[in-house]
Every structure is written in C-alpha cells, then in structure tokens.
Design a protein around this ligand. Sequence first.
Ligand SMILES: Nc1nonc1C(=O)N[C@@H]1CC[C@H](O)C1
Length: 252
Amino acid sequence: TGIPNGMGFTVLTLFPELITSFFNHGIIGRAMEKKLIVGDTINIRDFTLDRHKSVDDKPYGGGCGMVMTPEPLFRAIDEARSRRGNARVLLMSPQGKPFDQSRAREFAAAGENLIFVCGRYEGIDERVYHGEVDEEISIGDYVMTGGELAAMVIVDAVTRLLPGVLGGESSAELDSFENHRLEHAHYTRPFEFEGMTVPEVLLSGNHGEIEKWRRSSSLKRTFIKRPDLFHKETLSAEEKACLKIWCRELEA
Ligand SMILES: Nc1nonc1C(=O)N[C@@H]1CC[C@H](O)C1
C-alpha cells in the first residue's frame, strides 16, 4: 500500500465498540496485528461542546426523526484528517455510489487512507456533505439504522485485497466477480455426505481437467444465478462450447 504502517481506516461513529470488535477478529484482526492496516475509531459524541453532548436535533421544515448536527461532525472529521495525511472522507448513505468488487479493488490499489462517516437517525446535516465529504457510498438499496455496517463491509472487502492479508489460504484473484463470473462450487471431506458425493474429477489429481471443471462450474452458476453479469464480459469460445454442451444435456 505504499504507506509505512499500513492502510488507514478511521471510522467516525456514535458506537465505537461496534467497530473495534470488528477490527479485533478473524482476518481483519490478523491484518491489524501484522500492521497491514491501521484501524481506529472516533466517537462523534466526544466532539460535542454542550453539556448534554447532543449530536442530533429536529429537522428544519418539520417532519419525523432527527438529523445529526454539523458541528460535532466537522470537528470529528478534522480530527480524523489530522491523524493521517492523505485521506479520503466517505459518507455511508443509500444515496451514495454503489460499492462493488471493482470499487474495492480501486481502494486497495490506491492504498489511500479512508475516513468513514457513519450517520445515525435520518442522516446528517447537508452542510457536512458539502463541506467535508469527498464521496458518498452505498452498500445497497435499503435503509439501515446506521452507517456502521456499511463501513465494516467496505473495510472488510478492501482489506482482504491488500498484499499479505489473505496469505496462502485463499487468493482474491479467484474471487466471485473477479472476472464477472461467480466462483466455482467448493467441496471438502467427507467424500459422501447425506447420500451426496463429490465430483470424481476433483479427486483425480488431473489439474488440467480440474481447472476445466471449475471454469465450467463457474460459468453454469453465473448463468443460473447471475445472468446479468454476462453482459459485462463476452463469452469466450470455450465458454460458448461449454454452454452448448450443457444445453444439449439439459434438452436430452
Ligand atoms: N444503504 C446504505 N449504504 O450505506 N449506508 C447506508 C444506510 O442505509 N445508511 C443509513 C441511512 C440513515 C442512517 O443515518 C444510516
């Protein structure tokens, strides 16, 4: 990532413990220990100045719900920027640009530190967006109670692409969506389970045949589960031949 102490992820939130728990487990936790990433949190409430430490207020124009006030957010974002030089401020919101695997690859390749603004309530005051946010990102067309899950989704998907994070046990290059195809089926012991066995080719030791079977499995699963992915990449000659054989088998 070109940054001496790993790619930085700073999450601005009202519930830091949600995030620190995520940073301290599994592959993300190991990446933290190995200093491949530096993850930390900022509690937005620490940047309130009033006695009641209020972070939200009623919306101008009336209506239900509350809106997060701009002052604490401005101060918290400035604190986050001061911790790391080159950083990009991302607002988690349903109105944002949809996050996907290609975006995860872009963030991982850039290695730029990321600051996540996690709103609660109905959202944040518009002036924060215009004054401090570099980009608005959505993890899907649905509304959550807070932006924290979105921040964790992005940190997770980006971190696993960083060099040294996955080590040998898996490789991101063969992920689903890597080439607009879903991943092939996976099997492990036992050979027979609940009357279902494993495709014999996978035990053959014939790596050429195994790779061919896996490309076929990936193609068929994409065709069945996500045909929308096909328009993004043309079918190779091998894939066309595979689909033709498969269709003949289905018709037989
Ligand atoms: N979909 C999403 N992708 O990123 N973030 C969301 C999301 O629903 N955010 C919530 C909206 C109001 C609350 O403040 C937080």
